[in-house]
Design a protein around this ligand. Structure first.
Ligand code: ITT
Length: 181
């Protein structure tokens, strides 16, 4: 079985990746020592740099997942600042920012960076389109899941099985797996 170290401090991301990759005979091991996150508008260079940095440091095949929520009416905010905004503002304040907005479309994006020591990183992007709900709904998932509405249910209401079938992370991991194969 292939072993990959997943460098992330986010338990929700790790749990989902583990569930998705278990079906593919890949064992993922969590490492929460972090990596330097570049300040960029796009997630791809952040994931590529992080994966290369961590692979060099750990001497093992490494994956990282840089993700974020891009809200159209807010010109893509919080985007690459999603972790900071979640920690310091939270879902209620994001909903407040969206109070008067009619266009509620948003994109969840996940970029998997993968790197083997001495090689260059590969990146795999997955997105899913939805809308920002008017209130938090559901207790499943993590982070922005209670305010991300996908076809009438938030990711917080969907349950992990259903979310993992359609999510941005699933789509990025599918591309990664096809490449590994
Ligand atoms: P690591 O960098 O340690 O992996 P992080 O939580 O800091 O963890 P990011 O920098 O990629 O991760 O920030 C992404 C933010 O978006 C963070 O607040 C996540 O909780 C949130 N997020 C990412 N994927 C999500 C998902 O599937 N559902 C809900 N929120 C998500």
């Amino acid at each position: 079985m292939r072993k990959i170290v997943f460098v992330t401090g986010n338990k929700g991301k790790f749990r989902e990746a583990k569930e998705i990759l278990a079906a593919k005979d890949i064992e993922v091991i969590q490492n929460n020592e972090g990596y330097p996150e570049l300040q960029e508008d796009d997630l791809e260079p952040i994931a590529a740099f992080g994966a290369e940095w961590a692979a060099q440091r750990l001497g093992m095949p490494v994956m990282v997942d840089d993700s974020g929520l891009f809200i159209r009416a807010l010109n893509g905010f919080p985007g690459p600042y999603s972790a900071f905004v979640e920690k310091n503002l939270g879902n209620k304040k994001v909903l407040k920012l969206m109070e008067d907005e009619k266009d509620r479309t948003a994109t969840f994006k996940s970029v998997i960076g993968y790197c083997e020591p001495g090689k260059e990183a590969e990146v795999f992007t997955g997105t899913v389109e939805g809308t920002i709900s008017f209130e938090e709904r559901g207790t499943g998932g993590f982070g922005y899941d209670p305010i991300f509405d996908y076809n009438g249910k938030t990711f917080g209401e969907l349950g992990s099985k259903e979310k993992n079938r359609v999510s941005h992370r699933r789509r990025a991991l599918d591309k990664f797996f096809m490449w590994l194969d």
